[in-house]
Design a protein around this ligand. Sequence first.
Ligand code: PRP
Length: 177
Amino acid sequence: MGSQPELRILFSQEEIETAVKRLAAEIKGDYQDKYPLLLGILKGSFMFMADLIRQLDFPLEVEFVRLSSYGGKKESLGRVKVVQGLHTEVEDRNVLVIEDIVDTGLTTSFLLDYLGKKKPASLKLCALTDKPSRRQVPVNIDYLGFTVPNKFIVGYGIDWDEKFRHLPHICFVEIED
Ligand code: PRP
């Protein structure tokens, strides 16, 4: 068999829950009277989105797009593929993009550029994690959970070759031969 990943916890379930509550409070303060459209980027954001919106007790809409940037287990292909596009109007809406991780920035930059051309009333980004050491294009994150080191992370929606999305905490991967 090939190399097996060893996982070490970076952020526990409890730490994630605290961060999600903090982000929800910030978002509520800014959006509670704005009927925002929360737009999740699949697949990675599904768990974060589900937990975040349960903390938001005001009217909002939920939508998803599915984008893919990674070619294999660990490396980005350097381009973004639209697997499932946008099926709702965003003109004059207050749009908040929900992302699990901003890595090179290509995925969020691509989506924010696309949405910006559709004349939303406002357009912001909420990311659970940010890995600034890997950035290739600048991205402004309006609501951020955690800054992460330059390690490959999995769990809480984030995969390694489609595995480990179900983990309730965020781990980093150590490759052992
Ligand atoms: C991952 C992650 C982000 C993106 C971040 O998605 O969920 O969407 O990569 O990387 P970037 O900043 O370098 O673009 P991926 O393309 O692996 O698809 P997935 O969400 O279906 O796992």
